[in-house]
Design a protein around this ligand. Structure first.
Ligand SMILES: Cc1cc2nc3c(=O)[nH]c(=O)nc-3n(C[C@H](O)[C@H](O)[C@H](O)COP(=O)(O)OP(=O)(O)OC[C@H]3O[C@@H](n4cnc5c(N)ncnc54)[C@H](O)[C@@H]3O)c2cc1C
Length: 368
């Protein structure tokens, strides 16, 4: 039985970073590269749900996330003035800054023996059947038993091996995000709903910090001038009188404090491999973020792929990986998309949306 011994991971985001840790743990030789100069991701925060924490725990990463992030168990809903509408316990979750999560993955991967290289990409990838010959942008060349495309929703490796028809499509929604100091009243995931159906979500990311987000619906793939992002966001949130939101908005001092991003989605049918090139994370499935699960699915992919590669022959392992992941990922992708469609007519779909959210979180909590 021919097992995988040497792996190249292209992309050290949440999926690639987790895979580097999980494979190195199993004694598999790992080289992980990223075309960005720093492996640490920029941006705001991310919510690690209970299933994601469980997957991280299985490879010894959960405790660092809890220590450096913001564990929480409460969900609260308010109106736009800040009056509490409902509160509910939601199990164990953890908000964390994206750069902090990257640092945890990066340091664990290095300590476990993975080689991490920054500011480098692949120039060419030649599938030779049982091995893959990779030329890098620094002029070097190496053979691997397996290449993992963990290079995100706009994966160039996916274009090359699976065709351009899987490129992400606009989901008619975009998101505004910014960081703020964490107020003492923020004890979990809080959502503020205005009478017009719009909302602002707030997630703690550390003992001191939180991030806020606000969705915007549009038929067109929107882009705003970078220099206007602060004033455009402040204008959009002017009807929110809740003190938490007013105080957070006052902390925006420049357009660079505000991120705006359209949602572009894709789901690649299985199998997720072409010979010895395999997709992982957003490269295989980039959902809308309503269920805060894209990163969690990438983490689960990594844990499952490392497990099957450690235990089975290459061909068996790659087949099992697609089989074990697809139905779960598709259900979460479809539900996320449906929630996003509901949000485009939020007042008419409030009850359906609440029901789908509840059912989906129950499903996500099940073991992967
Ligand atoms: C607004 C928003 C909120 C979200 N909130 C959550 C949440 O709360 N919880 C959650 O679980 N998920 C959330 N997600 C989803 C989550 O961010 C993604 O699913 C996750 O980042 C996917 O991880 P990944 O490693 O597959 O890809 P990425 O994080 O995109 O990483 C890809 C990496 O590949 C590198 N790369 C790209 N091209 C190349 C190349 N050619 N060569 C070398 N390297 C390359 C990039 O630099 C990057 O480091 C959210 C998404 C959005 C948009």
């Amino acid at each position: 039985m021919q097992k995988i011994k040497k792996v190249l991971i292209v992309g050290t985001g949440i999926g690639g970073g987790t895979l580097a840790c999980a494979l190195a743990d199993r004694g598999i030789e790992v080289h992980a590269i990223d075309n960005k100069p720093s492996i640490s991701a920029a941006g705001t925060g991310i919510c690690l749900l209970g299933n994601t924490l469980r997957a991280l725990d299985s490879i010894g990463l959960k405790n660092d996330c809890l220590e450096r992030g913001a564990p929480f168990q409460m969900f609260r809903e308010f109106d736009a003035t800040g009056t509490l509408i409902m509160a509910s316990p939601i199990g164990d979750n953890c908000g964390i800054k994206r750069p902090e999560l990257s640092n945890i993955l990066e340091s664990h991967a290095s300590r476990r023996g993975a080689i991490l290289s920054k500011s480098i990409s692949v120039e060419s990838v030649i599938d030779k059947g049982k091995v893959v010959l990779v030329s890098f942008t620094d002029g070097t060349e190496t053979e691997y038993d397996l290449v993992v495309a963990a290079d995100g929703a706009f994966s160039r490796l996916r274009d090359r091996f699976f065709g351009e028809e899987h490129r992400p499509k606009f989901a008619k929604q975009s998101v505004w995000r910014f960081n703020a100091r964490r107020p003492s009243s923020l004890d979990g995931f809080h959502i503020f709903r205005a009478a017009d159906g719009t909302a602002v979500g707030v997630l703690p990311t550390s003992a001191e910090n939180c991030y806020l987000f606000h969705m915007e619906n549009s038929q067109e793939h929107l882009r705003y001038p970078d220099e206007n992002l602060d004033s455009l966001l402040i204008e959009r949130l002017r009807s929110y009188e809740a003190p938490l939101i007013r105080e957070a908005l006052e902390q925006i001092t420049s357009p660079a404090d505000v991120l705006f991003r359209p949602f572009d989605v894709t789901l690649v049918p299985v199998p997720w491999n072409r010979n010895r090139v395999v997709l992982l994370g957003d490269a295989a499935h980039a959902p809308t973020p309503q269920l805060t699960s894209g990163g969690g699915m990438a983490v689960e992919d990594a844990v499952v792929l490392a497990q099957v590669l450690g235990e089975y022959s290459a061909d068996e392992a790659l087949k099992m990986y697609s089989q074990r992941r697809f139905d779960r990922v598709k259900r979460i992708f479809d539900a996320s998309y449906q929630l996003s469609v509901y949000e485009q007519n939020p007042l008419a779909n409030r009850d359906k949306s609440a029901q789908l959210l509840m059912d989906s979180y129950r499903f996500i909590a099940q073991p992967c």
